[in-house]
Design a protein around this ligand. Sequence first.
Ligand code: PLP
Length: 399
Amino acid sequence: MNYEKLFSQRVVHLRSSVIRQLLAVSKQPGIISFAGGLPNPKAFPVEDIREIVNKLMDENGPNTLQYGTTQGLEEFREEIARFVGHMGIETDAEQVLITVGSQQALDIVGKVFIDRGDVAIVGLPTYLGAINAFYAYGANMVGVPLDEHGMKVDVLEETIKKLKADGKRVKLIYTVPTFQNPAGVELSEERRKRMLELAMEHDILVVEDEPYSLLRFEGEPLKPLKHYDTEGYVVYLGTFSKILAPGFRLAYVIAPDSLSNKMEMAKQSMDLCTPPFTQHIAYHYIRNGYMKKHIPRIIEMYRRKRDIMLDAMDEHFPDGCSWTRPRGGMFLWAELPKHVSTVEMFDDAVKEKVAYVHGQAFHVDGGGTNAMRLNFTNASDDNIAEGIRRLAKVIKARL
Ligand SMILES: Cc1ncc(COP(=O)(O)O)c(C=O)c1O
């Protein structure tokens, strides 16, 4: 059967992601991989979960195994409304939609907002999963560069004006304000406010994706854009993947009621509901204080790993390279001298048994050719130091 002839326009242009190929290589034995975006398995609270599951099965087994509503378990949504309240987001259970990971939320955003050719403004660089989700709906993705304070809002303004003058329909700005994946930078408070102002001025939705904001190693927390949003311009995405376990596939969207309803309808045909089983567990996890105790443990582990990576880079990376020094999250971003292609260097790195993701994968404009994303959370402490030594050797050979 030749499926190609039958494929819909929506999928015909989808290609296997470079990341999949890179990750396959980086799983070869002996490779120290900084490529994946994985939390450290030692950060998973296995015993706590065992305790909660036993309790749930004893007290309410069949209920946790039943279908649930598309919107999500009511007591869990109430708990999430309280949880985000601590971050400065005023909301209620009606505005919370539980999703199967934030990745599903991004897909729903694409489904609800993007018609072929609509513009989605993203960072240069930006999270690859968002690029893929919006691309699948035919988005025209336009990049705006970042610096150490996040997306450059002056360039954002120029970009919006130019796009509008060219008759383009700008639907949304996608941002990961805190400890951005892949760059590890934070959008400053001033820029957060300006981004929202621009969105309001030009009637554009802001998709605020925050998987990492609670993994802060130092510095004062910044308020989410959603905190300043009185008019419903911001859709906020949170997830339990990095503070509990990605295998739960649990996340949430906070959006005004009318939009939340539309998103719920879009989700209904995807999966009917997010698994109630994991929702019940996560509900108990937050409600009974496990989460509060657990996050500091993750932070301590990841801060140490970040320090090991930065120390090793300071010691071994040659002159002419620069990198971000993230104050939280899971990634840092390194730039090599302009003439060094991290795509071409990848094979050398694999021969030296170390892996990264090249910067181009995170650029919608073909840029990032001399950059790479390094994950510092997944490898063991010893392997981080050794992996950086190997990588430095590969870079020096290229120089
Ligand atoms: C910025 C960003 N958004 C969304 C996701 C998807 O997370 P989830 O596991 O909740 O689907 C990730 C995962 O790495 C991410 O980095």
